[in-house]
Design a protein around this ligand. Sequence first.
Ligand SMILES: Nc1ncnc2c1ncn2[C@@H]1O[C@H](COP(=O)(O)OP(=O)(O)O)[C@@H](O)[C@H]1O
Ligand SMILES: [Mg+2]
Length: 251
Amino acid sequence: MILHTSKIKKTFGGLVAVSDLDFTVRECQIKAIIGPNGAGKTTVFNLISGILPPTGGEIQFQGKSITRLKSYRISSLGISRTFQNVQLFSNMSVIENVMIGRHPRTSSGIMSSILSLPKKRKEEKEVRKRAMEYLEFVGLGDRFDESPENLPFGKQRLLEIARAMATEPRLLLLDEPASGLNTKETQNLSRLITEIRGRGITILLVEHDMELVMGISDEIMVLNSGQKIAEGLPREIQENDEVIKAYLGED
Ligand SMILES: Nc1ncnc2c1ncn2[C@@H]1O[C@H](COP(=O)(O)OP(=O)(O)O)[C@@H](O)[C@H]1O
Ligand SMILES: [Mg+2]
C-alpha cells in the first residue's frame, strides 16, 4: 500500500468533519472518494496534503508517518494535489504556473528559476523544458505563454493537473476535477487520469460525476458526515443500500 490512514479525525469547533477514518490506497490504484456535499472529502485531502493538521490519528505514506509534516515536505515526498476551486497564479503565464510545480524537485528556489539568475540559467531551461512536456501531456502545449485567466475553465483544470504532475508525485489527489467540465472534456479527463495511472502514479479522486467515477475507479470509498459508510468495487457501491440512501437523503 502507498497510503494508509488510521483513525484520522478533524474537528472544526464542535463540528466533526472527519471522524476516526481508516482507509488504504494501494500502489497504482485509482481510488475514488464519493459522498454528499459536506461529507468531509476535501478535508481528507487537506489532512493528507498537510494543509490542515489532523485533530487525531495517523497518516502513513510509503510506510512512513507524514501526520505532522508541513505541506511542502509532504509535497517533496511525492504527494501532490489539485483543488476543488482551481488555484492558479494569474500574474504568471501558463508555463510558469507549471514551473512552480517543479519547485520541490529543483535545488534552487522558485524566484531564482523564474528570475533566471545567471548561474541558474541551465536549471531554469531544464525546468521550462519539463514544464512544456507536462503542458503537452495535458494538451495545453500551444497555450504556454498565455495568462491562465484566458483559458476556459476546463483547461484551467488541466493546467492544475499539469502543475501537480510537474512535482513528479507518487500519489496524486484530484479534488472534483470534472466539476464545471462538459461531457467531452470529462471524457478527455477520464482518459488523462487513466494515462497518469499508466505512468505508475497512484490516484485518489474526489468526484461527483458518477459516470467518470464508475468508469475509471478500481475501488470506491463512500463518506457521509465524516464517516466511511461503504467501500468496495464500483459495482458493489452502486448496489449498496446505505449509499443510495445517503444520496437520496440529500435531495
Ligand atoms: N476550514 C474549515 N473551517 C470550518 N469548517 C470547515 C472547514 N473546512 C471544512 N469545514 C466543514 O467541514 C465539513 C466537511 O467539509 P468538506 O471536507 O469541504 O466536505 P466535502 O468536500 O465532502 O464537500 C463541512 O461541514 C464544512 O463546512
Ligand atoms: Mg469538497
